[in-house]
Write a protein that binds this ligand. Structure first.
Ligand code: PGA
Length: 256
C-alpha cells in the first residue's frame, strides 16, 4: 500500500529563529506518527532555514526539503540554489513548478522539467506541482494536468518515477480567500495522474492534493480515491494545526 504523505510549504514565511521555534513545537506533537503509521511527514521551509531543519528534524519522523531549485548544478546564477546544495543540507524533497513560481518567474513546463531532471539526478525526491490555472470542467482540467505531466515527466525513466510525488494543486483553490476544490473534482484529477504514472511504469505512484487544506477537511480528503496525501500552505504555518492535519483520520489520533 502506498504510504500517505502529509507536507507543508511555508512559502516565504519565518526567519531561521522562528523556524527553530516551529520545529521545537512540531516534533513532539507528531512523535506518535511512527513508521508503522503508514504516513510520512515533510516540511519545506525557505532556503534560509534548511540548516535549522537539519539541526532540529534529524532523527525525527519529519523530513525536510526546498520549495524550488535551479536546473543547473552550479554556475553564474545569481540568487539561485542548486540541487547539490540541497542534498548537502539533508533535504529529501524539493518542489518544482508551484503556481506561484510559474506566475512570478515565468517557469514553464520545459524549465520545470529541467529542474525535476536535475534534482532527480542528484537523488532528491521531487514534488511536481500540476494543476489548471482557472476553474474548468473535469474533462478540460484533466487535459491540462496530463499535458503538464507529459511535458515535465515524459522523459523520466520508470524506475526514477518512484522518486516523484505529483501534487495536484489547482491554482484557483490556493491561497487566502480560496477553499479546497470539490472532492469529486480532486479525486478525478488524482486518479488521472495515478493512471498516467502507472501507465509509464511507476510501481508506487504518490499523488497528493494541495489547495486550502485545513484540519477539518483532511480526514475526508484522504478518503477520496486517488488521494495519497495532502500538501498544506497557510494552515501549516501553525504547528498545532499542521499536527492536527498530520493526525487526521488516524485511528489513534483523537485529534480530528
Ligand atoms: P494554501 O496553499 O494551503 O495556502 O492554499 C496551498 C498550495 O500552495 O499548494
Amino acid at each position: 500500500m502506498t504510504r500517505q504523505l502529509v507536507g507543508t510549504s511555508w512559502k516565504m514565511n519565518f526567519t531561521s529563529t522562528e523556524a527553530r521555534e516551529y520545529f521545537r513545537r512540531l516534533v513532539p506533537l507528531v512523535a506518535d506518527i511512527t513508521e508503522a503509521t503508514g504516513r510520512d511527514l515533510f516540511v519545506l521551509p525557505p532556503f534560509t532555514s534548511l540548516w535549522v531543519a537539519r539541526e532540529e528534524l534529524a532523527g525525527s519522523r519529519v523530513a525536510w526539503g526546498a520549495q524550488d531549485v535551479h536546473e543547473n548544478l552550479a554556475g553564474a546564477h545569481t540568487g539561485d540554489v542548486s540541487a547539490p546544495m540541497l542534498v548537502d543540507l539533508g533535504c529529501r524533497f524539493v518542489e518544482v513548478g508551484h503556481p506561484e513560481r510559474r506566475r512570478a518567474y515565468g517557469d514553464r513546463d520545459g524549465r520545470v522539467a529541467a529542474k525535476a531532471a536535475t534534482a532527480l539526478s542528484c537523488g532528491l525526491e521531487v514534488i511536481v506541482s500540476v494543476g489548471e490555472s482557472r476553474r474548468l470542467q473535469e474533462r478540460d482540467a484533466r487535459a491540462v494536468v496530463l499535458r503538464h505531466l507529459g511535458a515535465v515527466l515524459g522523459g523520466v525513466d520508470a524506475i526514477v518515477l518512484d522518486r516523484v510525488v505529483v501534487a495536484y494543486e489547482p491554482w484557483w483553490a490556493i491561497g487566502a480567500g480560496a477553499t479546497h476544490a470539490p472532492f469529486e473534482h480532486i479525486s478525478a484529477m488524482q486518479l488521472a495522474v495515478r493512471g498516467w504514472l502507472l501507465a509509464r511504469g511507476a510501481s508506487s505512484p504518490r499523488v497528493i492534493y494541495g489547495g486550502s487544506v485545513e484540519s477539518g477537511a483532511t480526514a475526508a480528503l484522504l478518503r477520496q480515491p486517488g488521494v495519497d496525501g495532502v500538501f498544506v500552505g497557510r494552515a501549516g504555518l501553525d504547528p498545532a494545526e499542521f499536527a492536527r492535519i498530520a493526525h487526521a483520520g488516524l485511528a489513534h489520533a483523537g485529534l480530528d
